[in-house]
Design a protein around this ligand. Structure first.
Ligand code: UD1
Length: 375
């Protein structure tokens, strides 16, 4: 019975994400996903395929692995045939042009970009050059080929150090590092592009703290080098790659003194992108912005305890001073996304930690853990 329900559900999704050809056949909508081999990108590509979209990925594999694409293909079953991949950089305008010449896209989801906060402070020009010129080239090529629907992966970082929580979309925006400033500037560029021409429809999605992995444990986050973010670090302690987690500050004005964030399961985030694409099809969107978070605040220690519970592993802690630039409490108001995208996060921190551990224990060295073949 269950497979029948799933098949019916997928068929209905396929119909809603298809357009009628001139011969009356239903053909799937086609989406270009930049940075689709990365952590959030790969999960989103899988959800797009399962929702019936044809998906073309462009990724330079700078901080990602083509193995994720192979695994997404397998996880998508028969829908995997609707996925194609180009290893290329967005700065390569000729390649981008060729991709748009060979395929007519209904929309683009733009993930590609550099995202390490510390590195952005050390190498600001690299970040401005890469993130801004990538976005501008993409928008120019889209315009030249008449594709004017975009979902942009922004971040809660644009709230800077928010004065209150939950963060609402209309809050004052500020950047506290070059990485954050690139997100803020691209948001502004998108607003200007939409104002310049009514045809453009852009949705800016502000992610809070994505964690977890696909429940299969087959795709997940595979950061290069020392992880900057909390859960990838916790995961590496659990598999014995690092001796202890350094907790940055236990003197915040929170229940246990550690900073509070809004963790969101990457599968929920992926669903948020499918919801955003559907929203773009409504005629009057222009440039809109939505928070994608769970709407709940969780402290560092609460997150560590949930992970210990899920993994059965003890995470040794070293308490240190606050990390420069960190805010005390950040979590999302999710009202607008719930109301307008009809989207709401389904998973809690126990499921996030369960799936993160499943991925970590099956792939202790990320995508380098085992060989994957293309068959
Ligand atoms: C960070 C970035 C933000 C980016 C986001 C992507 C900073 C200042 N902000 O947000 O721009 O969009 O990641 O997900 O880097 N923590 C520890 N020990 C660790 C790592 C983190 O205690 O080894 C704490 C942090 O102090 C913070 C919490 O865990 O309180 C979450 O940290 P992190 O995962 O880095 O996310 P953000 O700081 O929210």
């Amino acid at each position: 019975m269950l497979p029948l329900i799933i098949l019916t559900h997928r068929f209905l999704l396929f119909l809603s994400n298809s357009i009628s050809s001139e011969h009356g056949f239903m053909i799937p909508k086609t989406v270009l996903v930049t940075g689709g081999a990365g952590y959030i990108g790969s999960h989103t590509v899988l959800h797009l395929l399962l929702a019936g979209f044809k998906t073309v990925v462009i990724d330079n594999l700078h901080n990602s692995s083509q193995t994720s694409i192979l695994r997404v293909k397998k996880l998508a079953g028969e829908f995997g045939n609707n996925l194609s991949f180009h290893k290329a950089d967005l700065s390569d305008r000729d390649v981008l042009e060729q991709i748009f010449v060979s395929t007519k896209f209904d929309a683009v989801i733009h993930f590609a970009g550099l995202k390490a906060v510390g590195e952005s402070v050390r190498r600001p020009l690299l970040y401005y050059n890469n993130n801004l010129s990538g976005a501008i080239t993409l928008l120019e090529v889209m315009a030249a080929h008449g594709c004017k629907k975009l979902v942009f992966s922004s971040s809660a970082t644009v709230y800077g150090w928010p004065k209150e929580a939950p963060c609402k979309e209309e809050f004052h925006l500020s950047a506290v590092n070059p990485y954050g400033r690139t997100k803020l500037i691209i948001e502004e560029i998108c607003r200007d592009v939409c104002s310049s021409e009514q045809e453009w429809k852009i949705i800016l999605l502000r992610y809070f703290n994505p964690v977890g992995a696909h429940p299969s444990g087959y795709i997940g986050e595979d950061p290069q080098g020392v992880p900057n973010n909390l859960m990838p670090f916790v995961q590496q302690v659990a598999v014995g790659k690092r001796p202890a987690l350094t907790v940055f500050g236990n003197d915040y004005n929170t229940t246990d003194g550690t900073a509070v964030r809004d963790y969101i399961h990457v599968a929920d985030l992926a669903d948020g992108h499918v919801a955003a694409l559907l929203k773009l099809d409504e005629s009057n969107t222009g440039c809109e912005v939505y928070n994608l978070g769970s709407g709940k605040g969780t402290s560092v220690l609460e997150m560590v305890r949930a992970f210990e519970q899920a993994s059965g592993k003890k995470i040794p802690l070293v308490i240190a001073g606050r990390r420069p630039g960190d805010a005390e409490i950040v979590y999302a108001s999710t009202e607008k996304a719930e109301r307008e995208l009809k989207w709401k996060a389904k998973y809690g921190i126990d499921e996030m930690c369960r799936d993160q551990w499943n991925w970590a224990s099956k792939n202790p060295y990320g995508y380098g853990s085992q060989e994957d073949s293309t068959d």
